[in-house]
Design a protein around this ligand. Structure first.
Ligand code: 5GP
Length: 205
C-alpha cells in the first residue's frame, strides 16, 4: 500500500535494460556512465569473435572467443541471443551471463546491436526496457566512425553501411534518446530506466 509506514522498496527481480544504437552513436559511453553511477545495474558481458582492442580485458568488456567456440556454444543453445553483427564477426549473450547478474539481485544492462535488442524484447516483453540512442544526424554518425582510430578502411566502410541500416530501426524500441549533448542524453536514459524500474517495483508490507 503506497504511503504505508512499513513499506520497503526492493529492486524488482529479473529485469533487463537494453541500450542499443547504430555503431558510432555513442551508446558505449552512455552505458559506462550508467554503470559508474548506478550500482543496481550490472553489465552483461557478451561473447565476441572479433579481435581484442587495446585496453580491452577478457571477461570485463567481452569474452573473446574463437569462431569455432562460438559455433559450438550456438549449437549447444548457450546464447539467449546472438548475431553476426559484421561479416564473419559474431556477438552473443550467454544465458549464464544473464543468470549471473540476476543471482546478484541486479538489473542486467546490455550494450548490443538493434537486432539483438529486438530479440531480447521479444523474449522478455514487459521485463525488458529497450532504449535506442540516435545520433543527431547521419553525418555526425559517419564522422564519429571515421574518428575512431581502431577501424581500418575496410571495416570502416562496413560499419558505416551497417550504421545507416541500423538507423532505420529507430521506431522499434520502447524509448529513443538523441545523443546531441552527452550529459543530457545520459540523464534522459537514466530517467527512463528509473521510471521503468519504479513501475515494476515490488512493495513488501
Ligand atoms: P564493438 O565491436 O564495437 O564492441 O561492437 C559492435 C556492435 O556489436 C555494437 O553495436 C555492440 O553493441 C554490438 N554487440 C556487442 N555485444 C553484443 C551481443 O552480445 N549481441 C549482439 N546482438 N550485439 C552485440
Amino acid at each position: 500500500m503506497a504511503g504505508h509506514s512499513f513499506t520497503r522498496v526492493h529492486i524488482p527481480p529479473r529485469k533487463l535494460v537494453v541500450i542499443t544504437a547504430p555503431s558510432g552513436a555513442g551508446k558505449s559511453s552512455i552505458v559506462k556512465k550508467l554503470l559508474r553511477h548506478n550500482p543496481e545495474l550490472s553489465f552483461s558481458v557478451s561473447c565476441t569473435t572479433r579481435e581484442k582492442r587495446d585496453g580491452e580485458v577478457h571477461g570485463e568488456h567481452y569474452y573473446f572467443i574463437s569462431v569455432d567456440e562460438f559455433k559450438r556454444k550456438q549449437a549447444a543453445n548457450e546464447f539467449v541471443e546472438s548475431e553476426e553483427v559484421y561479416p564473419g564477426q559474431f556477438y552473443g549473450t550467454l544465458r549464464t551471463e544473464v543468470e549471473r547478474v540476476w543471482n546478484h539481485r541486479k538489473v542486467v544492462l546490455f550494450d548490443i546491436d538493434v537486432k539483438g535488442a529486438l530479440n531480447l524484447k521479444k523474449q522478455f516483453g514487459e521485463d525488458c526496457l529497450t532504449i535506442f540512442i540516435a545520433p543527431p544526424s547521419t553525418e555526425s554518425l559517419i564522422n564519429r566512425l571515421k574518428n575512431r582510430a581502431t577501424e581500418n578502411e575496410k571495416s570502416l566502410k562496413a560499419r558505416i553501411k551497417r550504421s545507416e541500416e541500423e538507423l532505420s530501426y529507430a521506431d522499434k524500441f520502447d524509448k529513443t534518446v538523441v545523443n546531441k549533448d552527452f550529459d543530457i542524453a545520459s540523464m534522459r536514459v537514466k530517467n527512463h530506466i528509473t521510471a521503468f524500474l519504479q513501475s515494476a517495483t515490488v512493495h513488501v508490507h
